[in-house]
Design a protein around this ligand. Sequence first.
Ligand code: ADP
Length: 371
Amino acid sequence: MAALTSPIAAALRHGPAPLLVLRLPDFERVAWRDGKRAARRLERLTCSAFVESARSVLRTGDLIAHDPGSDLFCIFMTAPSRESRAPRAVDVRAVLERVAATIVMRCEQRVESGWTMLARLDAQRGLGQDIALALERGARERERYEFFSAIGHELRTPLSSIRGYLETLLDEQTDETTARRFLETARREALRMGRLLDGMFEFSLLDLSSCALTAHWCDLQAQMLAACEVVRPLAHSRNVTIRRKMTAEARIGIDPDACLQLLVNMLDNAVKYGRNGGTVCISARAARRNVLITVDDDGPGIAPDERESIFNLRVRGAAGASRPGTGIGLAIVKMIAERAGGSIGVTESPLGGARFEVALPLKEESAARAS
Ligand code: ADP
């Protein structure tokens, strides 16, 4: 890195240039756990992936740097441009993503990345602060991306439900009572979308602790009914029958919108991944101080080695390959359940597919746990 001080300083005389940083957060752990030789092998592999991918996307005059034994890989986009201005943010991000993706793919390692505009180079101080700034900015960008993906996902479900009801009303002969029920559900979903938008920061995946779900309670039976109505258009299009069974105390200690969201996400998946023309069952029963909500389907189920990871954000399982999706729905279900003081798990269903089971505290229990 030190060898590049003068060419970088010279390039910066013509104006600021982007500094791109890639870091292997597990590099030290590899050295500590598998020994120095394994770490050197990983470093060599990363270097060749870094150099090769950087060469394919950078221009003459751009610089790359890596200090032996370090977990950092830097790119200075110092190539002079015809318009004599710094590269656009979107181009910088594209370079960063391409190089990071190559390293992840070749080395099977996590990569942290980010960039910042470098205006000056202080030879005494070095690049430490700028590198930290770039990585911090990268983490913030990733968080924002995940946050907006989650919001987008949550808005798409009510939107497709509204569309389904309106299309049915336009395309099919429906009697007045059914038409009114469809319109009421569509309006309820539109209102829920509005609330989701209003509360999007509250629902942020990034600051979950700021949202006190347990300050509220709801009637589980009403939310189960509402959730079935929401997924009805999808169930109708796949000819899936939804059965509902309720043998539990109806009042649970969780915000009604959050409860509906949790139920809709699980039912939506059961209908989506279940058999065409099959059956989905949602039931609730008391289990000590909790209510146990179970959603069963008759689809392909979830293999034991996927049963933990599918709850992680943006992870899609084997069944995901057959249907469009984002890998966000279950992460949100898990988050809501845990923030309400409950838990979630998945096993095989007696129907042959997946069984999702959520335990949520009863209203009184939730108040006691909160205090
Ligand atoms: P998405 O459905 O958008 O991929 P989710 O977070 O809702 O995202 O689900 C994550 C993954 O879990 C899915 O990609 C799928 O592989 C698996 N999955 C979820 N529900 C079911 C189900 N009922 N049956 C089989 N697989 C499921």
